[in-house]
Ligand binder design. Structure first.
Ligand code: LHQ
Length: 269
């Protein structure tokens, strides 16, 4: 099933929803209109997760030679006109809801970073649960170059992923970090050869779409919650999730498949 939007492409196939940012002439930078398309598509992903489990993994990628160059600096939502624009409002109404929506989606979200990921585009990738990047791609915290602070969750994700020193280096120096180095630093999951990016992501996405979706959702929630919890708090959360999952179809199926030495057939329930 594919749907056409003006600024994105969106399709669902074999349990995998693919959202392609599609303004290649502007390196897929975000306008208010592209935000609206993304919001609409993500609402459909959510509906596909809850109403009937037809969507069990989401892939986000970019059309053309870039992944996403962050905010479109020509868009009037951020334009430097006679009247100063309230960028806080842009964040409150557009970026913050996007980041929270992706982080809270109860399915695995994969970023397939096909080219440069800059500004909010870099941090959009980091919000995703697994980041695969083409070897030719790079990550750029471009904000300092235009007098801004990393947003879209950058100040939260960067120190957690790569530590204080590297987070500050990336934020203050605003230099491109090549995909291979991003992998070596632990910023992303994997850097792969350009031609291998989409086949690899497709393979992993289909594997996840056939997996124990509810367990993935709880693992994602527990790992995100851990930053604000004590060890005891995390042990309690794991207990609660394990109690819930222990009553699931997928747990029974997983154990039965192990004992019967066959491949498990997970339904996500
Ligand atoms: C662009 C953009 C772009 C418009 C390339 N806008 N046209 C900000 C404000 C408010 C609230 C919330 O949050 C934010 C968050 C942010 O994201 S701030 C950071 C915004 N992004 C940037 O500052 C990155 C700007 N872009 C670049 O530095 C370069 O384009 C990179 C390093 C990404 C790629 O460089 P190149 O590969 O050399 O490509 P290019 O610069 O030639 O870009 C290709 C075209 O895309 C070009 O247009 P043209 O008509 O000359 O072919 C660019 O103007 C356009 N483009 N990014 N963000």
């Amino acid at each position: 099933m594919a749907t056409n939007y003006k600024n994105i492409r969106f399709e669902v196939e074999r349990g995998v929803a693919t959202l392609t940012l599609n303004r290649p002439e502007r390196l897929n930078s975000f306008t208010a209109a592209m935000h609206a398309d993304v919001r609409h598509a993500l609402a459909r992903v959510e509906a596909g997760v809850t109403a009937e489990p037809t969507v069990r993994c989401l892939v986000i990628t970019g059309a053309g030679r870039g992944f996403c160059a962050g905010q479109d600096l020509n868009d009037r939502a951020v334009g430097a006109g006679a009247e100063p624009v309230d960028l806080g409002r842009t964040i409150d109404t557009l970026y913050k809801p996007l980041v929270l929506k992706l982080q809270r989606l109860p399915i695995p979200v994969i970023a397939a970073v096909n080219g440069v990921a800059a500004g909010a585009g870099a941090n959009l990738a980091l919000v995703c649960d697994l980041v695969f990047a083409a070897r030719s791609a790079n990550f750029l915290q471009a904000f300092a170059k235009i007098g801004l602070v990393p947003d879209c969750g950058g100040t939260w994700f960067l120190p957690r992923l790569v530590g204080h020193a590297r987070a500050l280096g990336l934020a203050l120096l605003a230099e491109k970090l090549p995909a291979a180095e991003a992998e070596a630093w632990g910023l992303i999951w994997k850097c792969v050869d350009d031609a291998e990016l989409m086949p690899t992501v497709r393979r992993v996405a289909e594997q996840l779409a056939g997996g124990p979706t509810r367990a993935y959702a709880r693992a994602k929630a527990a790992i995100h919650a851990a930053g604000g919890l004590s060890l005891e708090g995390s042990l309690d959360l794991e207990r609660d999730f394990q109690r819930e999952l222990g009553a699931s179809h997928d747990y029974r199926e997983g154990v039965a498949a192990f004992i019967e030495k066959r491949v498990a057939k997970f339904t996500g329930e």
